[in-house]
Write a protein that binds this ligand. Structure first.
Ligand SMILES: [Mg+2]
Length: 406
């Protein structure tokens, strides 16, 4: 039996737990509230107003003007997340973090569904008692069922399903509720007459394979509540805390186009390392040092994990635009932290959402594996090569900058 423990409105609940004045009130967690931004998390009190994570902050404020806006503190959430994992370890050695607020816990062989639910109840009470936080727990015979069950009752819910129970709950539901089926994949399924999870389960395997490739039959198995993905306890791997690249410029530069090109290149290198080592991260850190050796470091948490160069670049660029005062810079750095192993299940989502950009990234990786880092570089980084004699590649011998990996 496997549990998926999902913290309820994690960031917002942490703020409510730490600041009594926020308890029972609509709370929006965001980046810097004085600037334009997006909602990172909304408390359950804010959700009836339509406030959702990922929505522009301005829109959230319009929907719920009385909400308290709190600047998020990623370091605090990650520290808490680690303490939660420690708590889970007192119930089972098999704990696999899935995201900053979700973890799988594998129970010993022979534990029944009822016993697993009872253990889940004890874990919920312990979380409440120790951290004043709520969690919803899905309980099932495999990761897929546990994960999907965790969303059935929230907040502070507990849902135990065996494969039969999974079918009776999910077969009538829209196919998009399947883990790994995003809006676009669901759209394509609907065009084939697959509306519900039950339709997917009963669709002919050959037709699914013809339409979706190898993932088709896999999704059909999943629709039956079957999944044999192993749980990987996190103590088996020592994860790095962050990955980053920084470059000291040969000449201090205040040229926005050149600096932007450099950020693009750094983002590209960092995410390439993430992909090579099988990680994705959710906190982007920008480091700037000016000609007076004053250093500024700024972080931004993303709504989800990523190893996509464009997404990291866009955040790094936003941080740079907000924090660069316009003077000459001598050092730029981009790093990604809040790392997690890329779970194989996530591949399904990739198939749907950004299949083309993903295939492009992978093709570029293969090309660089074969022909070297300098073989392909982002055009945005290349355009300033001639002007500033800056070779926009990674740490290769001809590079004029003093480059460092951290
Ligand atoms: Mg959650």
């Amino acid at each position: 039996m496997i549990l998926l423990i999902d913290m309820d409105a994690f960031f917002a609940s942490v703020e409510q737990a730490h600041h009594p004045r926020l308890r029972g009130k609509p709370v929006i967690v965001c980046g810097d509230p004085s600037r334009r931004g997006v909602v990172t998390a909304a408390s359950y009190e804010a959700r009836p107003f339509g406030v959702r994570a990922g929505m522009p902050l301005a829109e959230a404020r319009r929907l719920c003007p009385q909400a308290e806006t709190v600047e998020g503190n990623p370091g605090k959430y990650i520290a808490l997340s680690v303490r939660l994992l420690d708590l889970y370890l007192t119930y089972s050695p098999d704990v696999e973090p899935f995201s900053v607020d979700e973890a799988f816990v594998g129970l010993a062989k022979g534990v029944t569904l009822d016993e697993a639910e009872e253990i889940a109840g004890r874990i919920q009470s312990a979380i409440e008692e120790r951290f004043s936080l709520g969690a919803s727990i899905g309980i099932g015979p495999n990761k897929l069922v546990a994960k999907m069950a965790s969303g059935v009752r929230k907040p502070r819910g507990r849902t135990a399903l065996d494969e039969d129970g999974f079918r009776s709950v999910f077969w009538p539901r829209e196919v998009q509720e399947m883990w790994g089926v995003g809006p676009r994949l669901a759209e394509r399924m609907r065009s084939l007459g697959i509306q519900t999870v039950g339709d997917l389960a009963r669709a002919p395997e050959s037709a699914l394979e013809a339409a979706f490739g190898v993932i088709g039959p896999q999704l059909r198995e999943a629709a039956w509540g079957r999944d044999d993905t192993p749980l990987v306890p996190y103590h088996q791997t020592v994860a790095p805390k962050s990955m980053g690249h920084e470059v000291t410029l040969t000449l201090d530069s205040g040229d926005p186009a050149f600096l932007e090109g450099t950020l693009l290149r750094l983002s590209d290198q960092v995410t390439r390392r993430l992909r090579a080592d099988g990680y994705s991260g959710r906190i982007v850190t920008l480091k700037l040092r000016n000609h007076r050796f004053e250093t500024c470091t700024r972080q931004q948490a993303l709504s989800s994990h990523t190893d996509d160069p464009q997404r990291v670049f866009e955040v790094a660029r936003e941080l740079w635009r907000l924090n660069w005062k316009g003077g000459p810079l001598r050092l730029l750095g981009v790093s990604v932290s809040g790392l997690e192993r890329v779970a194989t299940e996530n591949q399904c989502e990739l198939f749907d959402g950004d299949r083309r950009s993903r295939s492009l990234i992978e093709a570029l990786d293969r090309m660089r594996d074969k022909f070297g880092e300098a073989s392909v570089v982002p055009a945005g980084a290349l355009t300033h090569e001639i002007k500033l004699r800056h070779v926009p590649f990674g740490a290769i011998s001809t590079h004029p900058g003093n480059e460092r990996r951290s």
